[in-house]
Design a binder for this molecule. Structure first.
Ligand code: SF4
Length: 217
Protein backbone atom coordinates (compact mmCIF):
# COMPACT_ATOMS: atom_id res chain seq x y z
CA UNK A 1 0.00 0.00 0.00
CA UNK A 2 1.31 3.38 -0.96
CA UNK A 3 1.99 6.00 1.66
CA UNK A 4 -0.67 8.39 0.29
CA UNK A 5 -3.27 5.66 0.26
CA UNK A 6 -2.41 4.76 3.84
CA UNK A 7 -2.66 8.41 4.94
CA UNK A 8 -5.96 8.74 3.10
CA UNK A 9 -7.39 5.74 4.90
CA UNK A 10 -6.12 7.01 8.22
CA UNK A 11 -7.77 10.36 7.59
CA UNK A 12 -11.10 8.70 6.78
CA UNK A 13 -10.91 6.57 9.94
CA UNK A 14 -10.11 9.60 12.14
CA UNK A 15 -12.85 11.66 10.50
CA UNK A 16 -15.37 8.84 10.96
CA UNK A 17 -14.35 8.50 14.60
CA UNK A 18 -14.80 12.25 15.19
CA UNK A 19 -18.22 12.23 13.53
CA UNK A 20 -19.37 9.30 15.68
CA UNK A 21 -18.13 11.03 18.86
CA UNK A 22 -19.74 14.32 17.84
CA UNK A 23 -23.09 12.76 16.95
CA UNK A 24 -23.08 10.72 20.19
CA UNK A 25 -22.39 13.78 22.31
CA UNK A 26 -25.10 15.75 20.47
CA UNK A 27 -27.61 12.99 21.14
CA UNK A 28 -26.73 13.22 24.86
CA UNK A 29 -26.95 17.02 24.60
CA UNK A 30 -30.41 16.78 23.07
CA UNK A 31 -31.60 14.42 25.81
CA UNK A 32 -30.20 16.76 28.48
CA UNK A 33 -31.83 19.77 26.83
CA UNK A 34 -35.24 18.15 26.43
CA UNK A 35 -35.45 15.90 29.50
CA UNK A 36 -33.23 17.84 31.90
CA UNK A 37 -31.30 14.63 32.50
CA UNK A 38 -27.53 14.81 32.90
CA UNK A 39 -25.65 12.15 30.95
CA UNK A 40 -21.86 11.75 30.87
CA UNK A 41 -21.37 15.47 31.64
CA UNK A 42 -17.56 15.58 31.42
CA UNK A 43 -17.48 13.72 28.11
CA UNK A 44 -20.23 15.88 26.58
CA UNK A 45 -18.68 19.11 27.84
CA UNK A 46 -15.26 18.16 26.48
CA UNK A 47 -16.69 17.44 23.03
CA UNK A 48 -18.89 20.57 22.99
CA UNK A 49 -15.92 22.73 24.04
CA UNK A 50 -13.50 21.13 21.59
CA UNK A 51 -15.88 20.89 18.65
CA UNK A 52 -18.09 23.87 19.38
CA UNK A 53 -18.42 25.20 15.83
CA UNK A 54 -18.99 21.78 14.18
CA UNK A 55 -21.57 21.05 16.90
CA UNK A 56 -23.48 24.25 16.12
CA UNK A 57 -23.29 23.61 12.38
CA UNK A 58 -24.53 20.04 12.74
CA UNK A 59 -27.45 21.09 14.96
CA UNK A 60 -28.31 23.85 12.50
CA UNK A 61 -28.05 21.39 9.56
CA UNK A 62 -30.79 19.30 11.17
CA UNK A 63 -32.84 22.45 11.86
CA UNK A 64 -32.26 22.03 15.57
CA UNK A 65 -32.05 24.73 18.20
CA UNK A 66 -28.43 25.98 18.14
CA UNK A 67 -28.85 27.56 21.59
CA UNK A 68 -29.02 24.02 22.94
CA UNK A 69 -25.24 23.59 22.63
CA UNK A 70 -24.43 26.63 24.79
CA UNK A 71 -27.29 26.14 27.24
CA UNK A 72 -26.32 22.53 27.94
CA UNK A 73 -22.63 23.49 28.32
CA UNK A 74 -23.64 26.18 30.86
CA UNK A 75 -25.78 23.74 32.83
CA UNK A 76 -23.03 21.12 32.91
CA UNK A 77 -20.50 23.68 34.17
CA UNK A 78 -22.97 24.85 36.79
CA UNK A 79 -23.26 21.29 38.06
CA UNK A 80 -19.53 20.53 37.92
CA UNK A 81 -18.55 23.76 39.74
CA UNK A 82 -21.47 24.10 42.13
CA UNK A 83 -19.72 22.66 45.19
CA UNK A 84 -16.43 24.48 44.68
CA UNK A 85 -18.26 27.77 44.02
CA UNK A 86 -20.39 27.32 47.14
CA UNK A 87 -17.28 26.83 49.27
CA UNK A 88 -15.77 30.21 48.32
CA UNK A 89 -16.69 32.96 50.85
CA UNK A 90 -18.78 35.84 49.50
CA UNK A 91 -15.94 38.26 50.13
CA UNK A 92 -13.85 36.44 47.51
CA UNK A 93 -16.52 36.27 44.81
CA UNK A 94 -17.50 38.65 42.04
CA UNK A 95 -20.75 38.92 40.10
CA UNK A 96 -20.69 40.09 36.48
CA UNK A 97 -23.76 41.32 34.59
CA UNK A 98 -24.31 42.50 30.98
CA UNK A 99 -25.11 46.15 30.31
CA UNK A 100 -28.11 45.15 28.16
CA UNK A 101 -30.06 44.52 31.40
CA UNK A 102 -29.97 48.27 32.12
CA UNK A 103 -32.94 50.55 31.68
CA UNK A 104 -32.78 52.65 28.52
CA UNK A 105 -32.80 55.69 30.79
CA UNK A 106 -29.85 54.50 32.87
CA UNK A 107 -27.92 57.46 34.27
CA UNK A 108 -24.78 55.43 35.07
CA UNK A 109 -21.44 56.21 33.46
CA UNK A 110 -18.95 53.84 31.89
CA UNK A 111 -15.58 53.60 33.58
CA UNK A 112 -12.76 51.93 31.67
CA UNK A 113 -11.75 50.18 34.84
CA UNK A 114 -15.00 49.38 36.67
CA UNK A 115 -17.45 49.04 33.77
CA UNK A 116 -20.88 50.65 34.14
CA UNK A 117 -21.01 52.34 37.55
CA UNK A 118 -24.58 51.77 38.78
CA UNK A 119 -25.85 54.64 40.90
CA UNK A 120 -28.80 52.66 42.25
CA UNK A 121 -31.57 54.68 40.58
CA UNK A 122 -33.83 51.63 40.77
CA UNK A 123 -34.96 51.78 37.14
CA UNK A 124 -33.75 48.28 36.38
CA UNK A 125 -33.27 44.89 37.96
CA UNK A 126 -29.53 45.40 38.33
CA UNK A 127 -30.18 47.54 41.38
CA UNK A 128 -31.60 44.50 43.17
CA UNK A 129 -28.52 42.44 42.30
CA UNK A 130 -26.19 45.23 43.36
CA UNK A 131 -27.94 45.50 46.73
CA UNK A 132 -27.77 41.74 47.21
CA UNK A 133 -24.05 41.68 46.44
CA UNK A 134 -23.45 44.55 48.89
CA UNK A 135 -25.50 42.83 51.59
CA UNK A 136 -23.65 39.54 51.19
CA UNK A 137 -20.28 41.28 51.06
CA UNK A 138 -19.26 40.35 47.52
CA UNK A 139 -15.77 41.36 46.47
CA UNK A 140 -17.19 42.97 43.36
CA UNK A 141 -20.36 43.72 41.41
CA UNK A 142 -19.77 44.57 37.77
CA UNK A 143 -21.92 45.62 34.83
CA UNK A 144 -19.80 45.14 31.74
CA UNK A 145 -20.11 46.16 28.10
CA UNK A 146 -18.26 43.12 26.76
CA UNK A 147 -16.25 39.97 27.34
CA UNK A 148 -12.92 41.87 27.47
CA UNK A 149 -13.91 43.26 30.84
CA UNK A 150 -14.27 39.76 32.28
CA UNK A 151 -10.61 39.01 31.60
CA UNK A 152 -9.62 42.36 33.09
CA UNK A 153 -11.63 41.67 36.26
CA UNK A 154 -9.97 38.30 36.71
CA UNK A 155 -6.51 39.79 36.10
CA UNK A 156 -6.89 42.90 38.29
CA UNK A 157 -9.36 41.91 41.02
CA UNK A 158 -8.25 38.27 41.34
CA UNK A 159 -11.54 36.81 42.58
CA UNK A 160 -11.66 33.22 43.79
CA UNK A 161 -15.08 32.57 42.22
CA UNK A 162 -17.39 34.32 39.76
CA UNK A 163 -21.06 34.33 38.90
CA UNK A 164 -21.96 35.53 35.42
CA UNK A 165 -25.15 36.52 33.64
CA UNK A 166 -25.24 36.95 29.84
CA UNK A 167 -26.80 35.61 26.66
CA UNK A 168 -26.06 31.92 26.26
CA UNK A 169 -23.31 32.37 23.67
CA UNK A 170 -21.34 34.97 25.64
CA UNK A 171 -21.98 33.24 28.94
CA UNK A 172 -20.72 29.91 27.67
CA UNK A 173 -17.59 31.54 26.31
CA UNK A 174 -16.98 33.46 29.56
CA UNK A 175 -17.59 30.38 31.70
CA UNK A 176 -15.15 28.37 29.59
CA UNK A 177 -12.49 31.04 30.19
CA UNK A 178 -13.27 31.49 33.89
CA UNK A 179 -13.61 27.81 34.74
CA UNK A 180 -9.99 27.24 33.68
CA UNK A 181 -9.02 29.59 36.53
CA UNK A 182 -11.73 29.71 39.23
CA UNK A 183 -15.08 28.09 40.11
CA UNK A 184 -18.00 29.60 38.17
CA UNK A 185 -21.75 29.70 38.04
CA UNK A 186 -23.84 31.18 35.26
CA UNK A 187 -27.41 32.23 34.61
CA UNK A 188 -28.37 32.76 30.94
CA UNK A 189 -30.66 35.63 29.99
CA UNK A 190 -34.28 34.57 29.58
CA UNK A 191 -34.73 37.21 26.87
CA UNK A 192 -31.56 38.08 24.97
CA UNK A 193 -30.81 41.01 22.67
CA UNK A 194 -28.92 44.30 22.65
CA UNK A 195 -31.36 46.21 24.89
CA UNK A 196 -34.25 45.49 27.26
CA UNK A 197 -33.04 41.99 28.02
CA UNK A 198 -34.43 39.92 30.90
CA UNK A 199 -33.22 37.33 33.38
CA UNK A 200 -34.84 35.09 35.97
CA UNK A 201 -34.38 37.31 39.04
CA UNK A 202 -35.01 34.57 41.62
CA UNK A 203 -32.49 32.30 39.95
CA UNK A 204 -29.81 35.01 40.05
CA UNK A 205 -30.54 35.87 43.69
CA UNK A 206 -30.35 32.19 44.62
CA UNK A 207 -27.08 31.73 42.77
CA UNK A 208 -25.59 34.82 44.43
CA UNK A 209 -26.53 33.48 47.88
CA UNK A 210 -25.25 29.99 47.24
CA UNK A 211 -23.00 28.67 49.96
CA UNK A 212 -21.98 25.35 51.43
CA UNK A 213 -24.94 23.40 52.89
CA UNK A 214 -27.25 25.96 51.26
CA UNK A 215 -27.06 25.16 47.61
CA UNK A 216 -29.57 25.40 44.79
CA UNK A 217 -31.03 21.96 44.16
S1 SF4 B 1 -30.30 50.71 38.66
FE1 SF4 B 1 -28.16 51.13 38.06
S2 SF4 B 1 -27.86 50.03 36.15
FE2 SF4 B 1 -30.09 50.14 36.51
S3 SF4 B 1 -30.74 51.96 35.37
FE3 SF4 B 1 -30.29 52.62 37.48
S4 SF4 B 1 -28.12 53.26 37.47
FE4 SF4 B 1 -28.50 52.10 35.59
Amino acid sequence: MELYELLGRLFVVILGFLIVILVTSLIFTYIMFKKRKILFPRFVLFILDTLHTPSMKLVSFFNGNEEMVDLVSIEIRNILFRDSFARIPYKDRVAIFPQCLRSLGCPARLSNIKGIECVGCGKCVLNKFREKCDKLGYKGFYIVPGGGFVKRIVRDIKPMAALGVACEWELNEAMLYLSQRIPVQGVPLSKAGCINTEVDVDRVLEALSMKENHRIT
